[in-house]
Design a protein around this ligand. Structure first.
Ligand code: SAH
Ligand code: DHB
Ligand code: MG
Length: 225
């Protein structure tokens, strides 16, 4: 039995915002249904968070985006739509099957040529990118394995420039991050990430809550001038 949602009012507000501000979109809906059919976990960003990512990318004028954690390409479609036809999005994904599913979804969205999918463990790919002097990114979206978030943050700082945005999903984890004594390594990883984000003298950052099945959050950081 699904556990009843402890935040009925927040769910109602989230649905209200979605009805008003996120239009029905066959490409995004098909991307989700294909991902479900292929057996991918339903852990993509919500429609409202997708719209928020899209707006943050547009507001910052991002043209080169790095995504860590592709899954079926749902957040990728939102971000790729924001960067325009001259933009480039590099997305990192461990799972070969997810790469296939996302590739098809991006193809159908007419965005495949903007997106460079690199399959493999993200930390190794990022290390390589730093080593070869990959051109820096205007926006990095961290959304892969939570225990490695602190590592991904270090690479994100190295692969960005003054004015770049660094975003990260799942930074609230139903409020568990706010409590001490948690033992779940995923929560511990996010807590360490949040501490590092707050303490990094190169960054100005904040966390905001984001609603989905439970309450979660998005980290928003800007690399200082
Ligand atoms: N950004 C997606 C959701 C990503 S879910 C969206 O909102 O639509 C997290 C993804 O990270 C999963 O697809 C998982 O396979 C991938 N992942 C987990 N560990 C990874 C690793 N070590 N390297 C690269 N990708 C990883
Ligand atoms: C989960 C949610 C996510 O958004 C994610 O990127 C990974 C895992 C989850 O709820 O398990
Ligand atoms: Mg996520």
């Amino acid at each position: 039995m699904p556990t009843p949602n402890p935040y009925p009012l927040l769910v109602e507000i989230d649905q209200y915002i979605e009805r008003l501000f996120v239009s029905q979109d066959m490409v995004l809906e098909q991307a989700l249904s294909d991902a479900i059919e292929a057996g991918l976990p339903e852990i993509h960003v919500s429609p409202n968070e997708g719209k928020l990512l899209y707006l943050l990318a547009k507001l910052s004028g991002a043209k080169r985006v790095l995504e860590i954690g592709l899954l079926g390409g749902y957040s990728t479609i939102w971000l790729a739509r924001a960067i325009g036809p001259e933009g480039k999005l590099v997305s990192l994904e461990l799972d070969e099957k997810y790469v296939q599913v996302a590739g098809n979804n991006l193809e159908r969205a007419g965005l495949r040529s903007l997106v460079d999918i690199r399959q493999g463990a993200a930390a190794a790919t990022l290390e390589k990118m730093v080593k070869v002097g990959e051109e820096s990114f205007d926006l990095v979206f961290i959304d892969a394995d939570k225990n490695n978030y602190p590592v991904y943050l270090d690479y994100a700082v190295q692969l960005t420039h003054p004015g770049s945005l660094i975003l990260a999903d799942n930074v609230i984890r139903d409020g568990k991050v706010a409590r001490s004594g948690e033992t779940d390594p995923l929560v511990l990883g996010i807590q360490e990430f949040n501490r590092k984000l707050a303490a990094n003298p190169k960054l100005e950052a904040i966390l905001i809550t984001v609603m989905r099945e439970a309450l979660d959050g998005l980290a928003i950081a800007r690399v200082k001038d």
